[in-house]
Write a protein of this length. Structure first.
Length: 234
């Protein structure tokens, strides 16, 4: 089985699909959690405290890190294998292939952008929250409690440049998901002529929900900082 997953192209795609599915589920959970901050900062902080440096949160974080590494490593391997398999033929295609989206042809590039956004997010939030707790700190570098996620969101998205960078990240994630979500079903043989358009539609819906959910938090908190009187209903 391990040889199949490591040496077979189908096996590698299966690993990509399973790890990708798990990551999509986490992204949807994370988006839902973040949106709590729009309605109740106190409830959001309660979630942050529950998911702090507790053992189950640490196990989950380690598992997510392993999934990200696995997904990205296999993506590079598959891309290099496809690149070598095409050989000189890659220079002969001059017209756009019918039914092939831009995202599907640039998944690795989009993956690098998503990873860059993830690195930024880890520096802005994880390092100031869970990592601070792991190291035994009662306040992070900004002077906030590591469980005061709402204050950290408010601080981060009061900076216009962070809002722009995060929106670029969310846009790259949108493109990545529009192809990735239906592709993982295709890998396991669910994308027949009947289900292919339905899965494409589902992928677009999931990607759009993720983008709008994350973007709403960034934009609303920026507007609150830029015009607090308007957001307070003055």
């Amino acid at each position: 089985m391990s040889c199949f997953l490591c040496n077979s192209s189908v096996g590698k795609k299966l690993v990509m699909s399973i790890s990708g599915c798990a990551l999509v589920l986490f992204i949807l959970f994370h988006m839902s959690m973040n949106m709590t901050a729009l309605f109740s900062p106190e409830a959001y902080n309660m979630i942050c405290e529950f998911l702090g440096a507790n053992w189950y949160a640490l196990v989950g974080t380690a598992g997510l890190a392993a999934l990200v590494v696995l997904h990205f490593v296999y993506a590079i391997i598959l891309t290099l294998n496809n690149y070598r398999a095409r050989g000189s033929q890659r220079y002969e295609v001059t017209v756009k292939e019918r039914g092939v989206s831009w995202a599907s042809k640039n998944m690795l590039v989009l993956g690098f952008v998503v990873l860059g956004g993830l690195a930024l997010h880890l520096c802005n939030f994880w390092a100031k929250m869970q990592l601070t707790e792991i190291l035994g700190g009662h306040t992070n570098s900004l002077g906030y409690s590591p469980t005061d996620g709402a204050a950290l969101i408010a601080y981060t998205f009061s900076k216009w440049y962070y809002v722009v960078l995060y929106l670029v990240w969310f846009a790259a994630l949108w493109f990545h998901l529009t192809h990735g979500v239906w592709s993982m079903f295709q890998t396991v043989g669910w994308a027949n002529d009947t289900w292919y358009p339905r899965l494409k539609c589902l992928a677009n819906i999931v990607a759009t929900i993720v983008f709008l959910g994350f973007a709403a938090v960034a934009v609303v908190y920026y507007l609150k900082s830029a015009c607090p009187c308007c957001c307070a209903g003055c």
